[in-house]
Design a protein around this ligand. Structure first.
Ligand SMILES: [Fe+2]
Ligand SMILES: [Fe+2]
Length: 227
């Protein structure tokens, strides 16, 4: 079978994926406590938490859509049998997670509609289904897919995928997502230099994160504020 040729040029450096995954991991692990912490009948707090969870689900779905569009077809068309297997594994994980996200969004609507009084246990159950699927997927993507991406996808193609992110979310959501990723980066390396856009995105994130998580939650933001 003839395989698609890998375009000339430097190959992708996939390390930025680790920061994105660290952000998803940090935020989704906080979701059960956020939901459980809403006093039943408190519509205002229900809306804050529901908006946040809905936003996290939307950017996770956008992240997977970008990978489905920009990465897996290239691995399938360019790689050897083992690379194709990894690519199909990633697509399968994404499809499983998409089904859980659909269910979660439906339950979130019902929970919000009852001001956090009803559907909480079902919602928490679905979040608890999502977490292991997501963690397993990100871990497999890092250990199996990223090494082959770095051999089959060019740096230009990787960059195009990053830039295409703005097509799937609003500008406001994009800035917030960059702020969360920057925060995750700071939590692993507190003194890393930040670009002006990353600094601006953290400024947007601070009031948002305080509203959702309270003042003392984001270590990365605190490192940055303390500089
Ligand atoms: Fe990913
Ligand atoms: Fe993925």
């Amino acid at each position: 079978m003839s395989r698609e040729k890998i375009p000339d040029g430097p190959l992708a450096d996939s390390r930025s994926m680790l920061d994105v995954h660290a952000m998803f991991k940090a935020e989704f692990l906080l979701v059960p406590a956020l939901i459980a912490g809403v006093p039943p009948g408190d519509q205002q707090r229900t809306d804050v938490v529901a908006d946040h969870v809905q936003f996290m689900c939307a950017i996770l779905h956008a992240h997977h859509t970008l990978e489905d569009e920009c990465l897996w077809p290239k691995l399938t068309n360019r790689g050897a049998e083992e690379v194709v297997r990894i690519s199909h594994l990633m697509e399968g994980h994404h499809a499983d997670i998409a089904r859980i996200l659909d269910q979660l969004n439906n339950e979130l609507r019902a929970w919000r509609g009852s001001a956090g009084s009803l559907h909480g246990p079902a919602l928490l159950q679905t979040v608890k289904q999502l977490l292991p699927a997501l963690l397993e997927h990100m871990s497999a993507e890092e250990s199996q897919a990223l090494p082959v991406i770095e051999k089959h996808v060019t740096a230009d193609e990787w960059q195009q995928m990053a830039e295409a992110g703005t097509r799937h979310v609003s500008q406001e959501e994009f800035v917030l997502a960059v702020g969360m990723i920057t925060c995750a980066k700071l939590e692993s390396s507190a003194h890393m230099p930040l670009s002006p856009f990353e600094q601006q995105s953290l400024q947007v994130l601070v009031p948002y994160a305080e509203r959702v998580h309270g003042r003392d939650n984001h270590v990365g933001i605190k490192h940055w504020l303390d500089r």
